[in-house]
Design a protein around this ligand. Structure first.
Ligand code: MSP
Length: 521
């Protein structure tokens, strides 16, 4: 059994509809997962929903529904959104599922047995919106709490605490010694700065069941439920446990029936998360794992946040991008392309409708679509769609570009990978301008040169389909079909020059990205 490349996304709060931020994160995780599979690795891609907590309880109550029923309804919607995004996830976790709850309870029991918890009275300010207690450090200069916390109420209650302090120095040392643990580097520095300048407060890991019933019951004290973040972070390990990952055996001695097929997943290779939840992932999570005696994930990869027209995306102000509407109007692959091409994993991005439209028109319709259509239409017209004699003069330059793209994919530089792919396209466009195949076709003495041009172009189309597979898989599949090739272009190793066999008959050629009539919009 081989260890799989294990990639996770944040699990989304199950309230409302998926927005651009959710869609973005899931798409980049999918691109990474598909790229790794294409590069020959076995992959396990996990996404899902974070269902417990006060907000969900309240929302269900307002609708006169039981929380489970409320979540079931929304989960159907979110799962169908994952399908709409063409995510290749291998599992979808809902934190209200028994497999998760049982494993969380086993973990709570183990940590308690081993002395990681204590009970104490807590007095403090609680933000329901963020499901967290706030401290004076969270106050604005005028003494109030930032509106991002929503309504803040003062509470006095007993709770269980998880000891973080004893692990603080270990974590600092670990992050210092493992420069890739948090990426990009400026996020790593932020975490180190936080750890070096603050004494960690122990983490409150319960809520009284009287106040919050919609949560996982604490097995050794049912008057409490688990704090929703504690429950949520554990999804990354309860899923491997449900797949009988041997690495999880020490924590789940009594747990769950083994599935037929055991998978080796832990430690995760990448936890992809947004910048707002870095502390949970880069501070609490590794400490929790250490307490459990488990290895920490290889990397916390932190992405930035999208704005729209330079302003925060917020339902309340109506400044939103509805990914479903964009996909319905422009097609999924246009959406996937735009969010990856526009933004590196790290900095914040800014969505503008005009920017989206220019990328669609210039990069996809006039760029990719036009190149494929011109190349294959000429092959149809001048050679009856039959691939001519192999030409190798583009082989070494193309192979070099392909290995550069492989490097980008492996290091999650997805935007650069796309820029390099478009570099290959530009070369083909310039080549068509320079060699003018439509003129060559009129001169029988140029037949050999025309063969060469047509081969170079068609072979480039084949390679483009493979390179684009992780990003825009449906379009890549259509390019492959137009080339008359069977299966999907999902094997990176086939992106080597010379795969298109002379004598092969290509398929039907059709538009990939229809130009939008601007005036009709
Ligand atoms: N439920 C928690 C995560 C638990 S993970 C163990 C949560 N959920 S969330 O629905 O609020 O956010 C899910 C992800 O979407 C987070 O990684 C968050 O950073 C990301 N985004 C939310 N809004 C975003 C943007 N405007 N732009 C990009 N990503 C954003 O936090």
């Amino acid at each position: 059994m081989n260890k799989r490349f294990y990639i996770t996304t944040a699990i989304d709060y199950v309230n409302g509809e998926p927005h651009l931020g959710h869609a973005y994160e899931k798409v980049i995780a999918d691109v990474i997962a598909r790229a790794r599979r294409s590069l020959g690795e076995e992959v396990f891609f996990l996404t899902g929903l974070d269902e417990h907590g006060q907000k969900v309880q309240q929302a269900a109550l307002e609708r006169g529904k039981a929380p489970q029923e409320y979540c079931d309804g929304l989960a159907t919607l979110w799962k169908s959104f994952a399908v709409k995004l063409n995510l290749s996830n291998d599992d979808f976790i809902r934190t209200s599922e028994p497999r998760h709850k049982e494993a969380v309870q086993a973990i709570l029991n183990k940590l308690r047995r081993e002395g990681h918890f204590y009970k104490a009275q807590h007095k403090g300010f609680y933000s329901t919106r963020q499901e967290t207690f706030l401290t004076d450090k969270d106050r604005l200069p005028d003494g109030s709490f930032d509106p991002i916390y929503g309504e803040v109420t003062e509470l006095v209650e007993d709770d269980y605490y998880f000891k973080l302090k004893p692990h603080q120095q270990w974590l600092i040392d670990y992050i210092e010694a493992n420069s890739d643990f948090v990426a990009p580097t400026y996020r790593r520095n932020e975490v180190l700065g936080f750890l070096k300048n603050n004494v960690l407060e122990d983490l409150c890991i319960t809520r009284p069941a009287a106040r919050l019933s919609w949560g996982i019951s604490v097995p050794f004290d049912p008057s409490f439920v688990t704090y929703v973040w504690f429950d949520a972070l554990l999804n990354y390990i309860t899923v491997p446990a449900a797949w009988a990952d041997p690495a999880t055996a020490p924590i789940l001695s009594s747990s769950a029936p083994s599935p037929k097929r055991a998978l080796q997943l832990w430690p995760a290779d990448v936890h992809l998360v947004g910048k707002d939840i870095i502390k949970f992932h880069a501070v609490y999570w590794p400490i929790l794992l250490k307490a459990l005696g488990l290895p920490v994930p290889k990397q916390i990869l932190v992405h930035g946040w999208w704005q729209k027209d330079g302003e925060k995306i917020a339902k309340s102000t109506g400044n939103i991008v509805d990914p479903q509407a964009v996909i319905n109007e422009w097609g999924l692959d246009a959406f996937r392309y735009y969010v990856v091409r526009e933004l590196d994993i790290g900095p914040d991005g800014n969505w503008t409708d005009s920017g989206f439209q220019s990328r669609y028109d210039d990069d996809l319709a006039k760029g990719l679509g036009n190149l494929i259509s011109r190349s294959l239409t000429m092959l149809k017209k001048y050679r009856n769609g039959i691939v001519p004699k192999r030409s190798d003069d583009w082989a070494s330059a193309t192979d070099k570009a392909v290995s550069e793209i492989e490097k980008c994919l492996r290091s999650y530089e997805l935007k650069s990978a796309l820029e390099n792919v478009w570099g290959l396209m530009k070369r083909s466009d310039q080549y068509i301008e320079k060699t003018a195949p439509f003129k060559l076709a009129k001169d029988p003495s140029q037949a050999a040169l025309l063969d060469e041009v047509l081969y170079n172009l068609a072979e480039t189309c084949r390679i483009l389909a493979i390179l684009l597979w992780p990003f825009i898989p449906a379009t890549s599949g259509r390019i492959y079909a137009q080339l008359g090739l069977p299966g999907q272009p999902d094997q990176f190793r086939s992106a080597k020059w010379g795969g298109l066999a002379p004598g092969h008959a290509i398929g039907e050629v059709g538009p990939l990205f229809p130009r939008k009539d601007q005036t009709a919009r």
